[in-house]
Ligand binder design. Structure first.
Ligand code: CIR
Length: 252
């Protein structure tokens, strides 16, 4: 169960954020409405949310998940892979320091939190365009020392590991079709997201409720089989920046 979350409001300069999506520029006012609904959903699920203000000059700063990896024993402040995002970590670390012992990823290592999936005592760490081998090994060593079994996973075909894989409870993973045969996940139960709905892999389990991106009917139907409450949230503007439901918060 999570008791806290950290989020950061999207700023008026959101359209300057990094993206590979070919969906046009985000509307920052609409993004703020969507973000407000997201924060309200976390609060409704019982989390105390620390909402940081927008960080001028850091258009991607609302994607707070990339700045840290938080487990009950520790918070690891990352060194984001995109140099333009490295100024986002300090203000998040200051909040985390109130709740956890802190560790830090150091150069030449880079890690984006979006590449890190922790479920039970297993941690999958994606090696991607953002998370390099040094960063992944540093993180695996920090978490390994605290009893987590870490698995390194090459990330192909998308920004982050969590663009392809997320935990939906009961030792079950939601996996992109293109990743369904990956051996790193083979000993867990798996639900495969149809290729046309890959974005819906970015589903977030919070205290027994599944937050799902609105508009992905086939995936919603598959997830309904889990029997969990589901809440669909509009992420249209966030998606334009390669963002999803997991990346908008740190939960702990
Ligand atoms: C970026 O490219 O860094 C941002 N525009 C999107 C980051 C999304 N983060 C995530 O899914 N964890």
């Amino acid at each position: 169960m999570f008791s806290h979350a950290i989020t950061r409001r999207p700023g008026p300069d959101l359209a300057r954020g990094l993206t590979t999506a070919d969906l046009g520029p985000p509307d920052s006012s609409r993004a703020l409405v969507q973000h407000t609904a997201y924060v309200a959903a976390l609060r409704d699920l019982g989390l105390a949310v620390t909402e940081l203000p927008a960080l001028p000059g850091h258009a991607d700063a609302c994607f707070v998940e990339d700045t840290a990896v938080v487990v009950p024993e520790l918070a690891v402040v990352t060194r984001p892979g995109a140099p333009s995002r490295r100024g986002e970590t300090a203000s998040v670390a200051a909040v985390l320091a109130e709740h956890r012992e802190l560790a830090t990823i150091t150069p030449p290592g880079t890690v984006d939190g979006g590449d890190v999936l922790v479920a039970d005592r297993t941690c999958w760490i994606g090696i991607s365009g953002r998370t390099n081998a040094s960063g992944a090994e540093q993180l695996a060593s920090l978490l390994g020392a605290r009893g987590y079994a870490c698995r390194l996973v090459p990330v192909t075909g998308g920004l982050h590991l969590k663009s392809h894989a997320n935990h939906v409870g009961d030792r079950t993973l939601l996996l992109a079709e293109s990743w369904s045969a990956r051996t790193e996940f083979a000993d867990w139960s798996r639900i495969t997201v149809p290729a046309a709905e890959t974005y819906a892999c970015n589903t977030l389990l919070v205290n027994g409720t599944l937050l799902v991106p609105a508009g992905y009917r086939d995936t919603a139907r598959l997830l309904a089989g889990l029997g969990l409450p589901m809440l669909a949230l509009d992420t249209s503007e966030i998606r334009k920046l390669d963002g999803g439901l997991t990346c908008l918060s740190l939960r702990f």
